[in-house]
Design a protein around this ligand. Structure first.
Ligand SMILES: [Ca+2]
Ligand SMILES: [Ca+2]
Length: 351
């Protein structure tokens, strides 16, 4: 198991202990979810709050469960003084979040119900990404000053949890142009849209993280240390090729924030046609990934979700659990290592 996986496992054991306390606390709060549901997590508004004060506001929609977020506002208090502590930065959702995690040369965590001294995540800053768990939908609001979009972010070799500084969505490839040969993959997650992944060395058709967006946090795996400098401008182009040969259908699947990517290569042994359904099924017969075919394609990539250790329900696979793939309900005979491990990337070939 990687250090990354170990660190996450330790964190989730901790969450299991504290989740009951947190849920009891959080249930006291009434949240207007219908209004918040209308706000898009993918397009958080960044607006001038006042014509006189240099104060800006970023709102980020959080969905029940784990959300990978970041902010591009340097938070200020009411007197215009900078604030950094987790408690202060998350003031607008005080009592409505269960845990915050990040990764900066090791996992860091913050549980609001623990004494401050026991939490090793002390600050929240724009250059980092954060995983935040909320018991129900809520909108995070951060007031302050716009961060410089091209402020360099120092990245280590291996995994980094990064923030997104521009205030517009930009195609992933161009947003990461400053480190174009130096990263392996980048992903994000929220409970509404599930996993979105971009593999630097793979064709567009495999990548569903087509654009990076304000408000989202990202895990990026670096081949070597480098400084990321986001462009000052850009856009999220709808004309670039994306995967329209198939789509991820997560209806009835619990999208935990653990997943592996499996590529099914038909090797032209089977012919996939419009409407065909390929499902990933774990050892407990739980459907934990599904792709639906739009048009003829040789290969299909499926996000296969894992079990969340903090919940009693079986949402999907655990590490080293075998995965079976079915085409329209019939098991597909495959060659390759059809075993689930968090963040694994596996290619399986139809026999
Ligand atoms: Ca579970
Ligand atoms: Ca399972």
């Amino acid at each position: 198991m990687s250090n990354f996986a170990k660190a996450k496992n330790i964190l989730f054991l901790s969450i299991a202990v504290f989740s009951l306390v947190v849920v009891l606390t959080a249930n006291k709060n009434t949240v207007n979810t219908s209004k918040q549901a209308a706000m898009s997590f993918l397009n958080p508004k960044v607006t001038l709050a006042s014509a006189t004060a240099p104060t800006q506001t970023q709102t980020i929609q959080l969905y029940t469960g784990w959300n990978y977020i970041s902010f591009n506002i340097e938070p200020l208090d009411q007197n215009g003084n900078p604030i950094y502590s987790v408690k202060d930065v998350l003031m607008s959702i005080n009592g409505q979040y269960a845990a915050v995690q990040s990764f900066d040369r090791g996992a860091k965590s913050y549980y609001p119900d623990l004494p401050e001294s026991m939490n090793d995540l002390k600050t929240m800053l724009p250059q980092f990404g954060y995983s935040i768990k909320v018991p129900q939908n809520v909108v995070l609001t951060i007031n302050g000053k716009q961060t410089k979009a091209n402020q360099p972010i120092s990245l280590q070799a291996g995994w980094n949890n990064i923030g997104y500084l521009p205030n517009m969505a930009i195609n992933t490839k161009f947003a990461l142009y400053s480190i174009r040969d130096k990263y392996e993959k980048i992903y994000t997650f929220n409970p509404k849209d599930g996993a979105k992944v971009y593999y630097n060395d793979l064709p567009w058709s495999f990548n569903d993280l087509t654009c990076m967006r304000p408000g989202q946090g990202y895990w990026i795996k670096m081949k070597e240390a480098a400084a990321l400098i986001y462009p000052l401008t850009g856009n999220c182009s709808a004309t670039l090729p994306t995967s329209d040969s198939y789509y991820q259908d997560t209806n009835g699947i619990t999208m935990s924030n653990f997943w592996a990517d499996f590529v099914i290569d038909t090797a032209f042994k089977i012919r996939l046609k419009t409407g065909d359904v390929i499902e990933a099924v774990d050892n407990n017969n739980i459907v934990c990934g599904r792709a639906v075919i739009n048009k003829l394609t040789k290969t299909v990539q499926i996000h296969v979700y894992g079990d969340d250790a903090t919940t009693p329900a079986d949402e999907g696979a655990k590490n080293d659990e075998p995965i079976t793939f079915r085409l329209n309900g019939n098991t597909i005979s495959l060659t390759g290592y059809s075993v689930w491990n968090e963040q694994a990337y596996r290619t399986l070939t139809v026999n």
